[in-house]
Design a binder for this molecule. Structure first.
Ligand SMILES: [Fe+2]
Ligand SMILES: [Fe+2]
Length: 251
């Protein structure tokens, strides 16, 4: 299965027709500010198993409680906490990023899956040109609606909420990252797949055996990562997961 790459430095490419037309200047600004790809880390890079550094205790518990219903679809109750733990790690590696923005956007980015036709998630969202499937656009829009519904009551400002939505809207379908925070959310969203739990869940969604799936992680997903810290974390996790699952033999 081939998937579109994430040409973070290629800001000249055409955005999907359905996307707002004001996104390219932000993508160009980001590409100019971070011309070296993958983006080198300026802080510590932790490549240990993600289970050793869960997401910060209690700090976002109010937000988690507000979206429990949304975590019960498409493995979000596994995908989102692991992605958040990776997001926090990435924020330590890139201290210039607005960590709160990255964390909140990552926690909420896929909550929209709970508000689309569940029967279409696997039939359309994980087959064919899945990143261009209509249901992908729908889950992004629905995720923004979740953010606008739950964040005001937790004290987040309107301006902050719109920055969160700007990241959520297009996180799967927009071909370019718009900011460092957007890039870190995207990398966190990919990094969870390299953990054993991610391989177990996502390989079943794509109807692949673990060896085929980990091959695909190496050839298709690692090259999409925007930051060097994410590349280092993914490579270390992939080595561990391949050894544990004996994918060199069971294929
Ligand atoms: Fe998504
Ligand atoms: Fe995701």
């Amino acid at each position: 299965m081939t998937t579109p790459k994430t040409p973070v430095a290629d800001v000249g490419g055409a955005a999907p027709a359905a996307r707002p037309t004001d996104l390219q200047p932000a993508a160009a600004d980001f590409a100019a500010a971070y011309p070296v790809r993958p983006v080198p880390a300026t802080g510590p890079v932790d490549t240990a198993p993600i289970a050793t550094t869960p997401a910060a205790v209690e700090e976002l518990d109010g937000l988690w409680r507000a979206v429990v219903q949304e975590t019960r679809t498409r493995g979000n109750d596994i995908h989102l906490p692991i992605s958040l733990a990776f997001a926090e790690r990435l924020c330590r590696a890139y201290p210039d990023a607005d960590a709160e923005l990255v964390r909140v956007a990552t926690l909420l980015h896929d909550t929209g899956w709970a508000h689309v036709d569940e029967s279409r998630i696997l039939s359309e969202g994980f087959t064919g040109d899945w990143r261009k499937a209509n249901i992908r656009y729908e889950h992004e829009k629905q995720g923004c609606d979740v953010a606008r519904r739950v964040l005001p009551g937790l004290g987040y400002s309107v301006e902050f909420i719109e920055r969160v939505c700007r990241i959520i809207d297009g996180h799967d379908t927009r071909p370019v990252a718009l900011s460092l925070e957007d890039a870190l959310m995207r990398d966190a969203d990919r990094l969870w797949r390299f953990d054993q739990a991610g391989i177990a869940l996502a390989s079943s969604w794509f109807k692949m055996d673990p060896a085929t799936y980990t091959d695909r992680l190496a050839t298709e997903i690692v090259p999409e990562l925007i930051t060097q810290a994410a590349v280092d974390m993914a490579s270390a996790d992939l080595d561990r997961s391949n050894a544990l699952l004996k994918t060199a033999v069971i294929r």
